[in-house]
Design a protein around this ligand. Structure first.
Ligand SMILES: Cc1ncc(COP(=O)(O)O)c(C=O)c1O
Length: 400
């Protein structure tokens, strides 16, 4: 069937909740994907920071087939080895004591919110307010969309969930001023992804940790986008001394594209008891076997070191655009999550032109493009991606 027919079918039968690009992707390998007409693209979107080992990586296809032939799911009425070995590995690599699995980032953050509410009831006189940040993104369930900042995502669904207080990001004094007897926790991304790739000052997370200790409240980190290696450490908080949270959420890159989410907590706040939380699909043997295989591969092959090195290369190449292309005014990021800020709202037009030229990138804001390639991306692929952006920006400047 022709591309146009599938686009019509999508229009007729699928909720129109987002803008899609006019291409049907068919298969991939490493950093490359191909559409149904056989055209090749470099994939610097990677399922939105998900495809950690690249497309069709043998570690993932082997784990999927091996486990699918044995057992896909059992429910959580029973023990399975893949779930428990991944729980242990996640706790060991994050410094947390307990893990719980779900199926997405939003569900993982929802778990943190429930954990904080329960902790507030038991340990802080019923306190329930959670301090969240401007430009935050935590997901699309009702509680996580309330915790998120984007009004467009929130307004259609009022009344929202009670108990969230918003402060500017990267501003410790604002957190201090917003803390009251009702506050139970601070919930933050260690580096904001959907908000435009905003990297806080080096002393922000340690200062949040110190304040949470002083005020007797929980520090919750949403590492859904940053966790499992993306920033050059297994978890982004590990870049700093003394920034360990009380609990954290992870998802996206953990199983390289197979849906999974998890939250982990220190024993002191791991208070969810029998019957107080649950899931049908969460922690299934298939997703956990893949998650375990991917995370073990990332750790055993020291991918964080490679991510740091490739990230520095990508940063250098993006900075070279600032010199050549007046439209690019800032470059920001860490590891393999980067954005370029533009002097005008041109990101969607650039994304369309890059698509034509064989590069997938994402308009994270009207004025910013985001780059989240697989951890296995090569320097040559980075050079080619930046060459395409350079060419597209040059064309657009000429046309003015
Ligand atoms: C920091 C953060 N938290 C939560 C989410 C929600 O994850 P999901 O889309 O898997 O529900 C995202 C997704 O982009 C995210 O970046």
């Amino acid at each position: 069937m022709q591309t146009e027919n599938w686009i019509e079918i999508e229009h007729d039968y699928y909720f129109q909740t987002g803008k899609r690009l006019p291409v049907i992707l068919d298969h991939g390998e490493g950093t490359k994907v191909w559409d149904t007409d056989g055209k090749e693209y470099l994939d610097f979107v990677g399922g939105i920071a998900v495809v950690s080992l690249g497309h069709a990586h043998p570690v993932i296809t082997d784990a999927l087939t091996r486990q699918a032939k044995k057992l896909v799911t059992t429910s959580n009425y029973y023990y399975t080895v893949p779930q428990l070995k991944l729980a242990k590995l996640l706790c060991q690599s994050s410094g947390m004591d307990k893990a719980f699995f779900c199926n997405s980032g939003a569900e993982a953050v929802e778990g943190l919110i429930k954990l904080a509410r329960k902790w507030g009831k038991e340990k802080r006189d019923g306190a329930y307010e959670i301090i969240v940040a401007e430009n935050a993104f935590h997901g699309r369930t009702l509680a996580t969309v309330t915790a998120s900042a984007n009004e467009r995502y929130r307004a259609p669904f009022t009344p929202l969930v009670e108990g969230f207080v918003r402060v500017p990001y990267d501003d410790i004094e604002a957190i201090k001023s917003a803390t009251t007897g009702k506050t139970v926790a601070v919930l933050l991304e260690p580096l904001q992804g959907e908000g435009g790739v905003n990297v806080p000052d080096d002393d922000y997370l340690p200062a949040v940790r110190r304040w949470c200790d002083e005020a007797g409240i929980l520090m919750l980190l949403d590492e859904v986008q940053t966790g499992a290696g993306r920033t050059g450490k297994i978890f982004a908080f590990q870049h700093y001394e003394n920034a360990e949270p009380d609990a954290l959420a992870v998802a996206k890159a953990l199983a390289g594209g197979v849906p999974i989410g998890a939250f982990m907590a220190k024993e002191s706040c791991a208070l969810l008891g029998k019957g107080e939380h649950g899931t049908t699909f969460g922690g299934n043997a298939l997703a956990c076997e893949v998650g375990y295989s991917v995370l073990s591969y990332i750790i055993d092959n020291d991918l964080p070191a490679q991510i740091t090195k490739r990230g520095e290369h990508l940063e250098r190449r993006l900075l070279s655009l600032v010199d050549r292309q007046p439209m690019v005014i800032e470059v920001r990021g860490k590891g393999l999550i980067w954005a370029i800020e533009l002097d005008r709202p041109a990101s969607e037009a650039i994304v369309e032109r890059c698509l034509e030229a064989g590069l997938l990138v994402n308009a994270v804001k009207p004025t910013a493009l985001r780059f989240v390639p697989p951890f296995t991306v090569s320097e040559q692929e980075i050079d080619r991606a930046v060459e395409i952006i350079d060419m597209v920006l040059a064309q657009m400047s000429e046309e003015q």
